[in-house]
Design a protein around this ligand. Structure first.
Ligand code: NAD
Ligand code: IPM
Ligand code: MN
Length: 367
């Protein structure tokens, strides 16, 4: 059997609580189906800073690089607000993305039927929603240089971040979006701000050229990213796959999260390029939400985004498509049965905590 080495980085806040449910699922799969997952675990974010003054240790970075897939919880929290910028909790996640070259971040926003009525948007707007945001993850303003605060010497300082994109970065992320669209409804909407940004002009040009050269069978639209945000809440079902840069993708995926009922519902996969010899991709799977300091430690976090991220791991890293579909179906069935964590609670439903929600989903999955 091919190896299935998972490296778990639960992180901070609700990260470990949500990861606890994934660990139970992995143990159950190993026991019941002899799935053969090997688990190792490390520290990231504030918990890594507390242990050794870095947002992730070299040792844990090496383990992440060697694993077949990394499962990541969440990082950050007020406890680490004052630590130096270079070692702030979020730096651990950004280093993982950069060093593993995880340039393609897939963020599906699916509205489960049971939650259509509890969205903050009208039911008809979100019912049946199934869109995919493909966010570029290793470039743009997150990593562009210079990135600094300089002292202007006159009592003023200047904060600088630099948005940079090269042709190859736009080509490869748009290729991922077009390939995925072919497996879905064959429609890509590219979002940038070519009316203001040079990188937006290049983005638009390269997506258009890539489409023409290799993916002319896919329907392609372009939209300015601010209008895209508006359209996402006006009529999100017009979209199939959205491809966009690192910062716009960050914001647009948080907006898309609310279409599904809660940010506690949104999983993600961050993928590298396929290895030339083995075809295997480096990969990290994480919920879109953060460490939720306001609810951490209370046992009420929604574990669905984390569990569904593991579902994406089954699908993309191990080709376990049936198991991934069964996990999605188990989540849908448990929501249909009326169980809700507090973030998705509505009248007449039964409120449960993180562990009870996880238990119910795992039981359905195994049944
Ligand atoms: P957040 O996603 O942590 O929380 C936003 C709101 O959503 C909070 O009210 C929270 O309680 C709620 N929420 C989030 N996940 C939930 C879940 N699973 N179940 C129920 N409710 C949930 O975002 P924030 O408050 O802006 O950031 C908190 C910290 O997390 C910051 O330090 C930020 O940098 C970090 N962060 C980390 C990641 C990550 O690790 N990938 C992502 C986003 C934010
Ligand atoms: C996300 C998060 C991260 C980002 C932070 C924690 C670095 O918000 O994954 O969406 O901005 O990419
Ligand atoms: Mn974000």
């Amino acid at each position: 059997m091919a190896s299935k080495k998972l490296f778990l980085l639960p992180g901070d806040g609700i990260g470990p609580e949500a990861m606890g449910e994934v660990k139970k699922l992995i143990a159950a799969m190993n026991q019941k189906f002899a799935s053969g997952f090997e688990i190792d675990e490390g520290l990231v974010g504030g918990s890594a800073y507390d242990a050794h003054g870095q947002a992730i240790s070299e040792d844990d970075m090496a383990k992440a690089l060697a694993a077949d897939a990394v499962l990541f919880g969440a990082v950050g929290g007020p406890k680490w607000d004052a630590v130096p910028y270079e070692v702030r909790p979020e730096a651990g996640l950004l280093r993982l993305r950069k060093d593993l070259e995880l340039f393609a971040n897939l963020r599906p926003a699916i509205c489960y039927p049971a939650l259509a009525a509890s969205s903050s948007l009208k039911q008809e707007v979100v019912e049946g929603l199934d869109i995919l945001i493909v966010r570029e993850l290793t470039g743009g303003v997150y990593f562009g240089e210079p990135k600094e605060i300089i002292d202007l010497g006159n009592g003023q300082k200047r904060g600088i971040d630099t948005q940079v994109y090269d042709t190859f970065e736009i080509e490869r992320i748009s290729g991922v979006a077009f390939e995925l669209a072919r497996t879905r409804r064959n429609h890509v909407t590219s979002m940038e701000k070519r009316n203001v940004m040079k990188s937006g002009v290049l983005w638009n040009e390269v997506v258009t050229a890539t489409h023409k050269a290799k993916y002319a069978d896919v329907k392609l639209d372009h939209m300015l990213a601010d209008a895209g945000g508006m359209q996402l809440v006006r009529w999100p079902k017009q979209f199939d796959v959205i491809v966009t840069d690192n910062l716009f993708g960050d914001m647009l995926s948080d907006i898309a999260a609310m279409l599904t009922g809660s940010i506690g519902m949104l999983p993600s996969a961050s993928l590298g390029a396929p290895d030339a010899k083995t075809g295997k991709r480096k990969a990290l799977y994480e919920p879109v939400h953060g460490s939720a300091p306001d609810i951490a430690g209370q046992g009420i976090a929604n574990p669905i985004a984390m569990l569904a991220s593991f579902g994406m791991c089954l699908r993309y890293s191990f080709g376990m498509v049936e198991e991934a579909a069964r996990l999605d179906a188990a989540i849908a069935a448990v929501l249909d049965s009326g169980l809700r964590t507090r973030d998705i609670m509505s009248d007449g439903m039964t409120e449960v905590g993180t562990v009870a929600m996880g238990d119910a989903i795992i039981a359905r999955f195994l049944a």
